[in-house]
Write a protein that binds this ligand. Structure first.
Ligand SMILES: Cc1cc2nc3c(=O)[nH]c(=O)nc-3n(C[C@H](O)[C@H](O)[C@H](O)COP(=O)(O)OP(=O)(O)OC[C@H]3O[C@@H](n4cnc5c(N)ncnc54)[C@H](O)[C@@H]3O)c2cc1C
Length: 426
């Protein structure tokens, strides 16, 4: 079957206005795809998935298309040389026999409505294609917030954020997307519509499928709706700042802060990153504290005392826009890596990554290092595009077997996320 013949079939399901052969002109940075379909309802998205599964046609799930991995997709010559076997092995005989095909981008961008929001219940249900910024704005108008601030471009969708398990500095105080998602709806690789969890906090009896999908990267299905726990917006929200002499000093200071106070966010910034967002070029610790006016004033005092005990004089609090500037800088990364160093090794990891970047003349001025001090998550990024951006998930042998079986259960024809690779741990 030709690409154009296949796209005509997709049009027959989703409607001509929902399909484009030129993905770039349609606004998606995904030149290696056969085309893009943006269904306007879940039933037609499910029908498109059934068609793709029947035809063995690869599908790249997408939201707004701001964080796709074009280098991952097999082109006419097949998967990139030397890459491990694609996950899951294609099971349909027809799919196995067929020549590699360019994937169809299936985007949730037109599924962007608020499904329900009862402010008193502190729960909101939205379709997956809703941009994160629109969701924040909707909640702000209701005096509420979703404490989720991943590095993300402007149009980035809530569905992709949940599918990638992506989070930012607020994860220190508020946890990860999997802690916020109460329920979700997803369409499997072969077009079944599944619903997991519910709309209230205490709803889990039996297996928690929401967590399985959160962070799955779309490997088990396309998320179409999510129910999220939200919070009341705080009256006061302040950002405390202090500079340290070096990476280890900054990590020690962050740990001293953590020992006396649960912050909303506790972030360590390398000198290059601090300078890029308009602060002094120094190792910097930022602590975000929110709550009532009195609680925030008391928290700032405790932070000053913790710093004084560590021999550091805190700076004046900085404006809250500093968090947007960090997210914006990180979202502009050409290459990005995350390491779970843990609290004890955070200082050492920061120092080593900074040293590595500094020793590379191309990256010395653009390489950034930062860490969420709560989980001890160190991130490194720079603006030089990486030659290979293949997403490889490394798991042990026993888990790999189960992950592959799960993939087969949700996606029998193995059409979802063609660039995804599962690799056994060395
Ligand atoms: C560790 C980490 C670091 C990150 N760093 C950055 C960064 O530096 N800059 C940045 O811009 N973004 C970063 N992100 C991703 C960030 O969260 C995305 O910007 C945002 O989620 C993309 O939104 P989008 O709608 O444009 O997604 P898209 O680009 O459309 O999709 C991104 C991926 O999400 C999956 N996906 C999308 N929608 C769905 C869905 N409904 N169901 C299932 N799967 C789906 C697909 O597999 C797709 O490959 C990072 C993510 C992680 C996990």
């Amino acid at each position: 079957m030709t690409e154009s013949g296949f796209l005509t079939e997709v049009e027959g399901i989703a409607g001509a206005g929902a399909v484009a052969a030129d993905v770039v002109a349609a606004g998606f940075d995904a030149a290696g795809c056969a085309g893009v379909v943006q269904p306007s309802d879940v039933a037609s998205l499910a029908a498109v998935m059934r068609l793709c599964s029947d035809r063995g046609w690869p599908v790249q799930p997408a939201g707004a298309g701001t964080w796709l991995r074009p280098a991952d997709w097999p082109d006419a010559a097949g998967a990139p040389a030397g890459s491990p076997p694609a996950r899951p092995e294609p099971r349909a005989a027809a799919a196995a026999a067929a020549a590699p095909r360019r994937p169809l981008l299936v985007s949730t961008a037109r599924l962007a409505a608020v499904l329900e929001h009862e402010p008193a219940d502190l729960v909101i249900g939205v379709q997956a294609g809703m941009p994160l910024v629109a969701l924040h704005e909707h909640l702000r108008r209701a005096g509420q917030r979703l404490p989720l601030d991943p590095p993300a471009a402007t149009g980035a969708t809530i569905g992709a954020t949940i599918a990638l398990g992506a989070a930012g500095p607020l994860s220190t105080g508020h946890g990860l997307p999997r802690d916020m998602a109460l329920g979700l709806e997803a369409v499997t690789g072969d077009g079944r519509v599944l619903r997991f969890g519910g709309r209230v906090v205490k709803n889990v009896a039996g297996y928690d499928g929401v967590r399985l999908f959160t962070g799955s990267g779309g490997a088990f299905g396309i998320i179409t709706a999510i129910f999220l726990r939200v919070r009341g917006a705080p009256r006061a929200d302040a950002t405390w700042s202090a500079r340290a002499a070096d990476a280890t000093g900054a990590a020690d200071l962050a740990l001293a802060v953590r020992a006396v106070l649960d912050c909303d966010a506790l972030e360590l910034l390398s000198p290059t990153l601090a300078a890029a967002i308009g602060l002094d070029s120094a190792w910097t610790v930022l602590a975000r504290v929110a709550g009532s006016d009195d609680a925030v004033a008391a928290a700032l005092q405790r932070l000053d005392q913790a710093a004084a005990r560590a021999g550091v004089t805190a700076d004046e609090p900085v404006t809250g826009t500093v968090w947007d500037r960090i997210a914006h800088d990180e979202a502009g990364a050409g290459a990005h890596a995350t390491f779970r160093a843990g609290a004890a090794l955070m200082g050492q990891a920061l120092r080593e990554h900074e040293r590595n970047l500094a020793s590379d003349t191309m990256m010395a001025s653009t390489g950034r290092v930062a860490a969420h001090a709560g989980p001890g998550l160190v991130r490194v990024w720079h603006d030089r595009a990486a030659p290979h951006r293949t997403a490889v998930t490394t798991v042990d042998a026993a888990s790999l077997t189960i992950v592959r079986r799960l993939g087969a259960a949700f996606d029998p024809a193995g059409v979802l996320v063609p660039g995804r690779r599962w690799r056994e741990m060395a």
